[in-house]
Design a protein around this ligand. Sequence first.
Ligand code: ADP
Ligand code: MG
Length: 244
Amino acid sequence: MSEKAIVFDRVSKSYPRYHQIMGIKNFLFHLPTAIRSLKNARYEVLNGISFEVYRGESFGIIGRNGVGKSTTLGLIAGVLRPDSGRVIVNGRISPLLELGGGFHPELTGRENIILNGVLLGMTRAEVLKRMDEIIEFSELGEFIDQPLRTYSSGMYARLGFSVIAHLDPEILLIDEVLAVGDIGFQKKCLDKMLGFKRMGVTIVFVSHSMGDIEKICDRVMWLEDKRVREVNESKKVITDYINR
Ligand SMILES: Nc1ncnc2c1ncn2[C@@H]1O[C@H](COP(=O)(O)OP(=O)(O)O)[C@@H](O)[C@H]1O
Ligand SMILES: [Mg+2]
């Protein structure tokens, strides 16, 4: 039996639902009831899901938009808490790599690398030591000294992935971020992920590219309608998903 890096045990997660406000007059007239119903109105995304990711495994999560893939990553990263159930994570986790998350628009690419590196637990000296490598990997050239607000989404992704790629995680979480990069950079990121995989890093990878999922992942989980529709060897789940 391999060791488990991540365990979800009957995890449920909902968000507040904001848009159910009745007419303002009605709202004021029935204030206590209205407030109670507002407080209680929740939108359930995950309903008691259970799955496990083994140490060193590459695990894909697929499913339609809004099904709860990013929510699941957020729960693994610990930035979200389940309403009920347990999330157990064994290992040093990479930050949740989301487009632009953690970056500051007024700082340059270079300054953001330092900011992020430090936020992610490196010392300033460690970041500076790896700076050239990170910049080279990003291929951002002279843009590295421009403020981030001038970057395209693809350039954001380049910077984000480059910082992550030079950290030393035990568990790597990647959320769709490759999709916005150009083909050359996508390939480079996939190679980097395969490198992490060979080093025994546990990877959880969310993507709509079934080709990328198949290249990287040993097993895949298909989320549908708040639940796990299928967890299995990648090829099987991808085939079922495509032929659904
Ligand atoms: N912070 C939030 N507040 C309220 N609703 C949210 C929040 N984050 C996500 N949601 C909702 O939860 C559902 C699942 O979102 P998400 O996990 O981002 O899905 P996916 O990544 O699979 O596209 C969506 O309907 C989304 O609108
Ligand atoms: Mg998402």
